[in-house]
Ligand binder design. Sequence first.
Ligand SMILES: [Ca+2]
Length: 247
Amino acid sequence: MWLEGLDRKTPNIQCHTGRRCVGMELTDITKSRRCEFDIMNLTKLAGDEVFVSVWLYLPADWRLHLPSGEQNWYQIVDPYFTGPPAYVPYSAIHIIQNTTSPVFDLSIDHADVRGALGTWDYRANFSLPRGRWFQVEYYVLRSLANGILRIWFDGTLVTNRNGIQTKGSIEDWRTIPAKIYYDDEDTFSPYRMWVDDLEIRKGQTIVTDEGYYTSLCLIGVLMLCGVALNFHNKKKRRQNTTEAQEK
Ligand SMILES: [Ca+2]
């Protein structure tokens, strides 16, 4: 993980705003298949209710890689993820590629407190933005039985679930607004993505308008990258959480 424009200048990459954004990569599949941008200790930061807006960038030729063309998955965002083991319940946004052609499906998945997997929503032939910045927004209300999960891609609502289990007995949780994690049969590397203009709010209120986010990078072994990212986001209030940011 690096600060684009400071630690590296990748050719043909323009940050969403300004000269700085975060680059993430998984460089060697033989060591790991996971790199995460984690916002930890979310209970202290936001309690049980959070709204996240993040801009992501996937390269224009981004795709998944399975030589046989079998179904392949890639986990790009985890709206809610229970902090300590066994990390359940959680939700995950998966990109699915069923053939070698660059046709992608979007799958909004979850695990309950027992770890049983399920799918909230599945959208075939999803128009996955590649080679341009796109916005992912999500709202999570944590609850034992009356939770809410809403997810938008570029302002379009793709998931709207109410009355769901988004919390178990463990209080602490995290959110993962950017993630590289994929099918272990996919031996391709490096995978790369870029992240910019992250905002975290409790309801309509900005939780952290100029704070230090701890980034967590799991490459080979769990290691703290120590990338302190100071997002000097101006205090803004949005009437509508799906409204586009003026940046
Ligand atoms: Ca920026």
